[in-house]
Design a protein around this ligand. Structure first.
Ligand SMILES: Cc1cc2nc3c(=O)[nH]c(=O)nc-3n(C[C@H](O)[C@H](O)[C@H](O)COP(=O)(O)OP(=O)(O)OC[C@H]3O[C@@H](n4cnc5c(N)ncnc54)[C@H](O)[C@@H]3O)c2cc1C
Length: 390
């Protein structure tokens, strides 16, 4: 092993939360890991909360606990979700409650940068992980090994390359995986507000004119907005002054949380559905948004990616000693284990998005009737909560 030619069991390309979690999980499974990623940007100093917020399910919490990252988070900055209220575009309303579902909480609302900094700290203390602050720019897969060339000039040798490099995955583009992408022609507008009325640890969601607006609880009476708005409308929303944006949210949510005060800049993320026909290729596994991209209406993209991590780590931890990490049998085990979960969430989120996009009075009556039916069926509601908890 020379300074420019280094050997690892696995090379992980991409340092979003999914890639960094994968590095820790695979190190914990006893592997020598190369992580090709940028360190986290400094936490935003002049705003109370990061604009990127995730609703994390029990399965994500369990993984982060196993990685000893959850314990390192500042718990005063997390908000549990005990209730969820969903309003249809007519009279229908659905209420999910942690109490009725007999679970401690439905989700946790966590800032992205909070987790990322905790992951970075844990990675720096992990002797099994070597961090390369560079980008991957060359992949050469041989029958017995893969080589990853970095922008720093270094070349890494690994049994397995994990593509955790997001929706526009460079790793995936080096394989023969076929990608189908459908633009929702919507942008996710995110911003944080201080609310005049208490949110009661409740997540609210309104479906209106094909758009979906969610307000998620944050500590100290704050809420986080995710407004999946038609592209043109999102452009208008993003151009508004903070007070005007707050007023627009108040109007659309019928003043449910009283007066809102914007406490940081708004950001927009284009929304698309993306399916990938193979999660694996010779000596390559795809995880996170590199493997699947879904609408954020159910707040499940990150949860899905972290479940990819848990499954990949599990497959590797249980491997027979004679197999190396790039063994096609292991890769197929990973792919098989993930197909159902990914397929089900794609179907559910895409189906809901389409259902509420159909214009007209009849369509509106049908979907609101459907929501009322679900609301009247405790068993169906319980099943939905269990599915969302992962
Ligand atoms: C508005 C909105 C709200 C959402 N809310 C939720 C929620 O509440 N709950 C939830 O579970 N999910 C949510 N999601 C989904 C979630 O944001 C994504 O699923 C998640 O961020 C994907 O993480 P990732 O690590 O796979 O990819 P990314 O975060 O995209 O990270 C990929 C990383 O790879 C790096 N990279 C790319 N190419 C290379 C290369 N060649 N070499 C090295 N590095 C490279 C990139 O710089 C980046 O750092 C939401 C999404 C949106 C748009």
């Amino acid at each position: 092993m020379t300074a420019n030619h280094l050997t690892f069991h696995v090379a992980i390309v991409g340092g979003g939360l999914v890639g960094k979690s994968a590095a820790l999980a695979l190190a914990q499974a006893g592997q020598r890991v190369a992580l090709i990623a940028q360190p986290a940007a400094p936490r935003p100093a002049d705003v109370p909360f990061d604009a990127r917020i995730y609703a994390l399910s029990a399965s994500s919490q369990a993984l982060l606990e196993r990685l000893r990252v959850w314990q390192a988070l500042d718990h005063d900055r997390l908000s549990p979700v005990y209730d969820m209220r969903v309003y249809g575009d007519a009279e229908a309303e659905l209420h999910f409650s942690a109490f009725q579902a007999t679970v401690p909480q439905l989700a946790w609302i966590v800032e992205s940068s909070l987790i990322e900094h905790a992951l970075d700290a844990a990675l720096r203390f992990s002797p099994q992980v070597t961090w390369f602050d560079a980008r991957a720019q060359g992949l050469d897969v041989k029958p017995d090994v893969a080589h990853v060339a970095l922008t720093s000039g270094q070349v890494l040798e690994a049994d397995l390359v994990v593509g955790a490099d997001g929706a526009h995955s460079w790793v995936r583009a080096q394989t023969e995986a076929q990608v189908k992408r459908r633009d929702y022609r919507q942008t996710g507008v995110v911003a944080n507000f201080k609310a005049a009325r208490p949110h009661g640890e409740t997540a609210y969601q309104w479906f209106k004119d094909g758009e979906i607006l969610a307000l998620l609880p944050l500590p100290d009476g704050h809420v986080s907005l995710v407004w999946s708005a038609e592209t043109e409308h999102a452009r208008e929303l993003l151009a508004l002054e903070p007070a005007q944006l707050a007023a627009a949210v108040e109007r659309t949510t019928h003043g449910r949380l009283g007066e809102l005060e914007c406490v940081g800049p708004a950001h927009g993320f284009p929304l698309a559905l993306q399916t990938v026909d193979r999660l694996i290729a010779p000596r390559v596994a795809l995880i996170g948004d590199a493997a699947h991209l879904i609408h954020p209406l159910a707040g499940q993209g990150m949860n899905l990616g972290l479940r990819d991590v848990a499954t990949l780590a599990d497959v590797i931890a249980r491997k027979e000693p004679f197999r190396d990490l790039g063994d096609p049998v292991l890769l197929r085990r990973y792919e098989r284990a993930r197909r159902e979960d990914i397929g089900a969430l794609m179907l559910a989120t895409d189906g809901l998005q389409r259902l509420f996009s159909v214009p007209g009075t009849l369509a509106r009556s049908v979907r609101n009737f459907g929501m009322s039916l679900v609301g009247a069926q405790p068993l169906v509601k319980r099943w939905l909560v269990t599915a969302a908890l992962g």
